[in-house]
Design a protein around this ligand. Structure first.
Ligand code: ADP
Ligand code: MG
Length: 287
């Protein structure tokens, strides 16, 4: 490999908004045969909005007050929804985030849980007939969260995030380049499958806790694959670091960009197959 041709390749990539941290990453990109993509903020826009809320006004007030303390995009959506409905938020006494599952909060001396099935199950909350409503939202690709107050089920809030317009084409091109494409998410299996279907991904690894993401990438590597990981979040950083090539979404967190080998500007997914094509063109010219 001549250093000059590598420089030409990374230069061409940079012109297109693909920033390689070094020439060796361009060479390794040429060898990839699998790619793992995070769902929220990578495949989807990461700007979820509340589409459904079942519950009374007090529940909405406590729900939004509880979520005020969370930095999660889901929390932002819920707080925005309550604000639009002119709900006054109240002070939170104690806030605990349970990564990958939800939040546990004390508001107005009430104990509030907001999160997935597992969170409510862990606290022995009976959700009764809400299970079917939950499933209905999940089939539509929505993320539905359950609310319990003082150990009693009180309502459900569903949030939808839209896929990036160019995601289906980007996935198609990645497959055409011979890559196995896999979606990785902390969200539940049904929601993940619905989003995967919209973009043409048939392999999904769902309900993965933030600290388990890197291990999932490692498992694919252990099968003999050269794996790229694409992500935007703080949660994705260890997986970006362990992957053969870590690709950060330019609109994502600084932590993800630092952990990655490549950054794609503006979060445009079409730049990923583009990077692979540039790597092939560059390395072929060398050998
Ligand atoms: P993702 O990979 O989509 O970013 P996370 O691992 O952050 O997912 O979260 C997984 C699940 O945990 C969410 O789908 C949601 O059910 C629950 N969850 C996480 N954060 C919150 C929150 N602030 N409020 C309610 N539920 C939450
Ligand atoms: Mg994400």
């Amino acid at each position: 490999a001549t250093p000059t041709s590598i420089m030409v390749g990374t230069g061409k990539a940079a012109e297109n908004g693909i920033l390689f941290k070094g020439g060796e990453h361009l060479e390794r990109t040429h060898e990839l045969n699998a790619i793992v993509l995070d769902k929220t903020g990578t495949i989807t826009k990461g700007k979820p909005e509340v589409t459904n809320f079942t519950g009374d006004e007090e529940t909405l007030q406590l729900l939004a007050s509880a979520e005020k303390g969370s930095e999660h995009p889901l929390a932002e959506a819920i707080v925005g929804y309550a604000t639009e409905k002119n709900i006054d938020l109240v002070e939170v006494d104690d806030f605990v985030a349970i990564p990958g599952n939800g939040i546990e909060v004390k508001v107005s001396s009430s104990h509030i849980l907001v999160g997935n099935r597992k969170l409510l199950q862990n606290h022995q909350v009976d959700i009764g007939g809400a299970e079917q409503e939950l499933i209905d939202y999940e089939i539509e690709g929505k993320t539905a969260m359950l609310i319990a107050i003082e150990g009693q089920y009180r309502g459900i809030v569903a949030v939808a995030d839209t896929i990036k317009e160019t995601a289906p084409q980007a996935i198609r091109e990645l497959k055409e380049e011979g890559l196995e494409v896999i979606m990785l998410t902390g969200d539940n299996e049904r929601t993940a499958q619905a989003i995967a279907k919209q973009v043409g991904i048939d392999q999904v690894i769902a309900q993965v806790l933030p600290e388990e993401k890197a291990g999932k990438v490692k498992e694919i590597q252990d099968k003999g694959k050269k794996v790229a990981m694409v992500g935007d979040g703080v949660n994705d950083a260890p997986a970006l670091a362990i992957a053969d090539i870590g690709i950060a979404i330019g609109t994502g967190t600084e932590v993800a960009i630092e952990a990655a080998d490549v950054t794609i500007l503006g979060g445009e997914l079409l730049l990923i197959p583009k990077a692979i094509k540039i790597s092939h063109a560059t390395i072929k010219n060398i050998r």
